[in-house]
Design a protein. Sequence first.
Length: 190
Amino acid sequence: MVWDIGANVGWYAISAAHPARANGRVVAVEADIWLAQMLQRSAAMQPPMTAPIPVIPAAVSDSIAIRLFHIARREWASNFLAGTTGPSQAGGIRETRRVISVNPDWFSERGAAPDVLKIDVEGAEFDVLRGRLRILSQSKPVILCAVSDHVDEVSALFADHRYMFYGGDSHLRAEIHRASFNRFCRSRTA
C-alpha cells in the first residue's frame, strides 16, 4: 500500500502503481479539485496490470477540519494550506478555497496503513506528521518527505519514532541526521 499525500498531477502515484502491480494499491490525496480530477482521468487510463489509484480530494493535516487552501498565482504545483508559509514559486495567491482536511490516522482507520508514505504538501509536512501518526510506530512505512519548514521539529519527530534519514538525491543513500528537502527515511526497527 502506497499513500501519495499531496499527489498533484499524480507523477509519484502513477509511478508507484506500476511496480505495485494489480494486487497493490496506491491512494492519491490532492486538495486541489482541478488537479484531483486530472489525476482521476490519468488513473483511469492506466493499464489493468497496474495498481488501482483511488483519488481522494482532500488536504491532509494534523486535524479533521475545513481549511482554507490557496491556489497559487504562478504555478499549480505550488498550492498550499492557509497558515503555512507556502512555496516561493507560488507567486502570490490566485484564489482561496475551502477544503476538507483529514489526518493520517483517519485514513489508516478506514483502510490499510501504508508500506510507503510520500508527503509533499508545500510547507505543511510537519502538520501532516504531527497528525496523530500511529502508523509511524505501528506499520513503520518507508517515508519520502519534502521538508521545507519546521526542519528541527520534523527531525525530532522522526528521531522519536526511530527513523533514519537518507539523502534522496544521492546515489549512495548515505544516512544523514536532519530532515531537509527531498529526503526519505526508514524505521530502524522495521
